[in-house]
Design a protein around this ligand. Sequence first.
Ligand SMILES: C[S@@+](CC[C@H](N)C(=O)[O-])C[C@H]1O[C@@H](n2cnc3c(N)ncnc32)[C@H](O)[C@@H]1O
Length: 447
Amino acid sequence: MARPYEKIPEPADPASPVSRGVPKGNVCVVGISIESGSAEAMRGTLVDALRRHGLVQGEAVDGALRAVPRHLFVPGVPLARAYGHEAVVTYRDESGAALSSLSEPGLVAAMLEQLDVRPGHRVLEVGTGTGYNAALLSRLTGPQGHVTSVDILPGAVAVARRGLARAGYAHVETVVADGRLGHPDGAPYDRIIVTGGAWDLPAAWAEQLAPGGVLVVPLRLRGVTRSVAFTRRDGVWTGHGALSCGFVPLRGDDEVAEHQVVLGDPPVLRIRADEDRALDEAVLQRALDRSETLVWTGVRPPGGENHLDFGLAALPECCRVMPDLDAVRSGAFTAALYPWGSMGAATGDTFAYLARRGIGDTAEIGVSARGPASADLVARLADLVRAWDRTRHHVLRIDAHPRGAAPSDATWTVPKRRTTVAVHLDPPDPTPLPSRSALVPPARAPR
Ligand SMILES: C[S@@+](CC[C@H](N)C(=O)[O-])C[C@H]1O[C@@H](n2cnc3c(N)ncnc32)[C@H](O)[C@@H]1O
């Protein structure tokens, strides 16, 4: 069932005092200082930073990011936020969960590099959102190409059309539709890009992608997401590169969404997992009455692009665990690996998560658990952390096969409805992967 949603009123005109009222001096945006000034100057500063971090690599994406006025797609949002390194949420449902957003620029750039759009291409975007990425795509295809962008949220498409017109990209075709069905009228497409978390790869994307085409999609696997560039041959999707990211999940009647279990009153800890995982909130509450089991693994946390979350996702009980920051500050919970939470596991009336402690100028990963099965869960998670450490420089490769037909040499496989996803860990590639970690912390919760 599609959930009802609440539209956040479209803010005032871009020329409004809110937009013009940029604070004077430097505005600190997640580790990077952006000089206040004209939108164009801020855009330049932003793209320079993305280049330095390897997220923008070629002239085409560089030129598009410098040309398209990102702030016109979120009118009323202060320039420092529009040109900051974080996503800007534009729609929430009645529970406050994000339904649509202007994605963080580093991720937008890196996914466009994965997509490799050429002048003249026909491109389908699933997830119009604000229309910003559709404008970038149009810039990349040039006048000989064509961009169709679909979104399931009629209000988002209406707002995106206005943004596209303001920015001079009214010719981009926008359609209200469930993008998991693609848009057959415009097929075949040289490129398909999905800007929401997909749980599976629908048949329509295979049918509508031209031979030799590329599909870029944030694929959700047991609570972790990677943006993968896929090519397709003989019924198999072959993945080229996997970029860690968080996205609002795609919606639809048969979509596997995420659900959240909230423990404590007031809430002290949240557990998030795919809806197909049975988590009983009432039973899990009992874990809060138990004392903590805590072990330190001797393993140093990852830096930059890494596959630690995938190491844990091999565990069927895996989920994302987020202790409340105030509860951590009060000493009730050990700090999670990341301030917003970390990967962990939950089973019956026991949960566990990766913890972190500083040691001098370095840090160590631990496992914290509560509940009767703590000893077992802690031991298994600690083993997975140590196993990850032995392959910390290996590179993830993700392929998708027809359901039931995955290769036997995969590190692990995940059955979906239409495909079986095969995850491989390959020996290190000498080329360093771009990393958003200095701009925004990696593997954050979907937004
Ligand atoms: C992160 S936003 C997209 C950001 C956008 N590309 C931009 O540049 O602003 C994800 C979008 O996917 C849309 N979405 C979710 N499920 C969808 C579906 N089944 N089909 C099409 N769009 C969907 C949401 O409504 C939301 O607008």
